[in-house]
Design a protein around this ligand. Structure first.
Ligand SMILES: Cc1cc2nc3c(=O)[nH]c(=O)nc-3n(C[C@H](O)[C@H](O)[C@H](O)COP(=O)(O)OP(=O)(O)OC[C@H]3O[C@@H](n4cnc5c(N)ncnc54)[C@H](O)[C@@H]3O)c2cc1C
Length: 289
């Protein structure tokens, strides 16, 4: 039997470029952007039964793909609803993070403005516990997800460890509830604008870029990756068409000609220099498929 033959919306051999920030040529073996939780569950169950690996795609801002990504890639762009309530917001995983953060600030809700400028989706940010001036995990009260068997679960924040990304590695996040104190409109908008400006100043202007490390060592101790890379003598490093961003060396920029191999080689050279200088590794932010 051909896999997924009963799912007309599962596509085979889908070009991956347009779904990724680093637009390397390649393809997803199987791909679906389900329109409902029922469709998501059914297709996930089929993949499980056929032992086909699944991967979840958010905004693709931190994913580097090799030429062919085996298995089923699931995108959740239709899960993009955000409903504001008295004490916060319930958002789908596919909602763009910047849109959620801006809408919260405009609605006079405090908290999320510390995430202004982070690209990607709510699902990607939750599963990685992304943060800038604050971490998204600080505002989550519940997460809606599918477990490894495809069962829908609601997880209370208190049942997850401080490191959301390892606690959630086995789940598909479909949405989250955020508890947000009501601030006042003008201070929420002012804080949002300040954070956005501060974020922009630290980020590469080149769109074809990917962040390499999180701001922590792999033992969990905090670290400012950009400073660690400078102290490790990484400025100016490159491999093929991939080079470290001169403005912020914690980003790899693609001149348009790099391969996944260039990016991974450069990541490994930089990681090696950090290990030599500090005796430990920084935690990777980029994900390789
Ligand atoms: C210019 C720039 C600035 C950035 N600034 C910051 C910053 O300030 N702070 C910061 O923390 N990060 C930053 N990042 C890194 C990145 O954008 C964030 O980590 C972002 O939250 C990733 O979201 P995404 O939707 O693009 O996830 P993707 O890149 O699509 O996926 C990342 C990982 O999350 C998993 N995932 C995605 N969605 C789900 C889901 N629904 N359920 C389960 N797993 C899922 C994927 O399988 C993958 O392993 C920056 C990146 C860039 C390019």
């Amino acid at each position: 039997m051909t896999p997924f033959s009963k799912f007309s919306r599962v596509k085979k051999g889908v070009p991956s470029e347009k779904y990724l920030r680093i637009r390397l040529p390649g393809s997803f073996q199987w791909f679906i952007d389900p329109v409902s939780i029922e469709e998501l569950r059914a297709v996930f169950e089929e993949a499980r039964n056929l032992q086909i690996p699944t991967k979840v795609l958010g905004g693709g801002t931190s994913i580097v793909c090799r030429e062919i990504v085996e298995g089923l890639v699931i995108r959740l762009s239709h899960f993009n609803n955000a409903v504001f309530e008295e004490d916060g917001v319930v958002s789908g995983a596919g909602c763009t993070l910047s849109r959620l953060v801006m809408r919260a600030a405009m609605g006079g809700y405090a908290g999320l403005e510390g995430l202004a400028g982070i690209p990607g989706t709510v699902g990607g940010a939750v599963s990685k516990n992304s943060g800038f001036l604050s971490s998204i995990g600080n505002f989550i009260s519940q997460i809606a997800a599918l477990d490894q068997r495809g069962n829908p679960v609601t997880i209370d924040r208190k049942h997850l460890g401080p490191d959301l990304s390892s606690s959630l590695s086995e789940f598909i996040v479909v949405g989250a509830r955020f508890l947000l104190p009501r601030g006042n409109f003008s201070s929420s908008v002012r804080d949002f604008t300040h954070t956005l400006d501060a974020h922009k100043k630290k980020m590469p202007t080149n769109r074809r870029s990917v962040r390499i490390f999180r701001d922590e060592f792999s033992d969990g101790s905090p670290a400012k990756a950009v400073d660690i890379l400078q102290l490790s003598g990484c400025l100016g490093l490159f491999s093929g068409g991939a080079s470290l961003c001169s403005q912020n060396p914690n980003f790899i920029v693609d001149a348009g000609s790099s391969t996944a191999g260039d990016i991974l080689t450069l990541t490994s050279v930089v990681g090696g220099r950090v290990k030599k200088r500090f005796g430990k590794e920084l935690r990777l932010d980029l994900t390789t498929w």
